[in-house]
Write a protein that binds this ligand. Structure first.
Ligand SMILES: [Zn+2]
Length: 391
């Protein structure tokens, strides 16, 4: 691929919380030099950032590429349509600056195959980590596409099945949820023993674990069982914040999931039972997010893309919601870059613009620190030194 000299950018140093005018020299997809006074080597291709604001490549740490944001996701689509839409969803991520996704709950292992096609360069998609089928109790949240498991031995087997299929993550359903009729977000589902068995299997091979966890009892079960990240987290409390900080557990609040259901509502075709559950937990969720942030829990950007009206081109809007709910703009940017890279254990190669790291960038038209809404205007996406999108 050779050398590429990216110039005329406002480079965002997310770790130092500084922005400076400068250039980036990359070679074979890796950053070689970053600075204010670099000159282009004679043998380098030159790419103009156009004065844009250059962030490290944006992560979305909670996606469902096999779901496309339809009002009622339990209405089944055909297999071909599902796959074609999934490839379109990957493209939408690229076109809105997303260079890395963590997909947390697919069906039939299609997510694993799509990840492998991305790695082979066969499709236009962000880099990705995937989780195969979610593991839930019989009849629990997500059962229709998940692997139902009952008892610790079965949960262990279910985790081994996902790892055998090639999952990077094990996704466990600790509580009920919004998008499955007849289950309540607050009620615990998989037991602590079941989750501990599955988590042990994942950790044995260096895989990570995350949990759909909305109610307080289920969240605590997952934390005590050794989970690595809490998704949604409607009803967190001080005990949870303390535990999460002590054990380096990440929080992926997915504010978008609730927001898009609330603003669209039953009129748009979202099932009434789902809207009701969102309205019942909306304020508690915002409170948990703000308290966790203030307590110093590490927060990562994820949207739950694929849930109703939560389309795959809306990742950046999560940062707008986070700032509206009290987060500092730099921290919102970090949630989708450095923090996200740590969550996915790729922080040595991703998450900031520094020599030695992968040359993946998201270029915004204006300064997102001055006005966070700028993140919704992605001008260019660069993945491993290649311009994957430009407008
Ligand atoms: Zn989800």
């Amino acid at each position: 691929m050779g050398k590429v000299f990216f110039t005329n950018g406002n480079i965002m140093d997310v770790k130092a919380e500084k922005i400076f005018k400068g250039s980036i020299l990359t070679e074979d997809g890796v950053i070689k030099e970053v600075g204010a006074d670099l000159t282009a080597p004679a043998d380098a291709e030159v790419v103009d950032f156009g004065g844009g604001f250059v962030s490290p490549g944006l992560f979305n740490c909670h996606t469902h590429i096999l779901m496309s944001g339809q009002a009622n996701p339990s209405k089944d689509m055909g297999e071909v349509e599902t796959i074609v839409d999934a490839l379109g969803n990957c493209k939408k991520h690229i076109e809105t600056g997303v260079t890395f996704i963590r997909d947390v709950g697919g069906s039939k292992y299609y997510d694993i195959q799509i990840r492998d096609m991305q790695r082979k360069g066969k499709i236009l998609a962000p880099e990705m980590q995937v989780s195969g089928r979610n593991i839930c109790m019989t009849g629990g949240h997500g059962w229709s596409s998940g692997r139902e498991a009952d008892g610790a031995d079965d949960a262990r087997k279910a985790a081994r099945e996902q790892l055998r299929a090639g999952a990077d993550w094990i996704k466990l359903m600790a509580t009920g949820g919004v998008m499955t009729n007849g289950v309540e977000p607050g009620s615990p589902q998989l037991t602590e023993e079941e989750m501990r068995a599955a988590i042990e299997e994942a950790h044995k091979v260096g895989a990570r674990t995350c949990t759909h966890a909305q109610g307080n009892t289920g969240i605590k079960n997952a934390l005590r069982a050794g989970i690595d990240s809490i998704e949604h987290g409607f009803y967190l409390d001080q005990w949870c914040y303390d535990w999460m900080k002590e054990h380096n557990v990440y929080f992926v609040p997915t504010l978008s999931a609730m927001y898009w259901i609330k603003v669209n509502g039953v009129e748009a075709g979202i099932p009434e039972w789902a809207v009701k559950k969102v309205n019942g937990a909306f304020d508690a969720h915002k409170k948990s997010f703000y308290e966790a942030y203030k307590a110093g829990v590490k927060i990562c950007l994820g949207t739950d893309a694929g849930t109703p009206f939560n389309f795959h081109d809306r990742t950046a809007y999560e940062m707008v919601l986070m700032v509206e709910d009290g987060m500092e703009p730099w921290d919102a940017i970090k949630s989708g870059t450095v923090n996200a890279a740590e969550l996915c254990q790729v922080e040595k190669t991703h998450g900031s613009i520094e020599p030695g790291k992968v040359a993946s960038f998201t270029v915004y038209g204006a300064d997102p620190i001055a006005d966070i809404n700028a993140v919704c205007d992605c001008r260019m996406t660069v993945i491993k030194g290649k311009v994957a999108f430009c407008k």
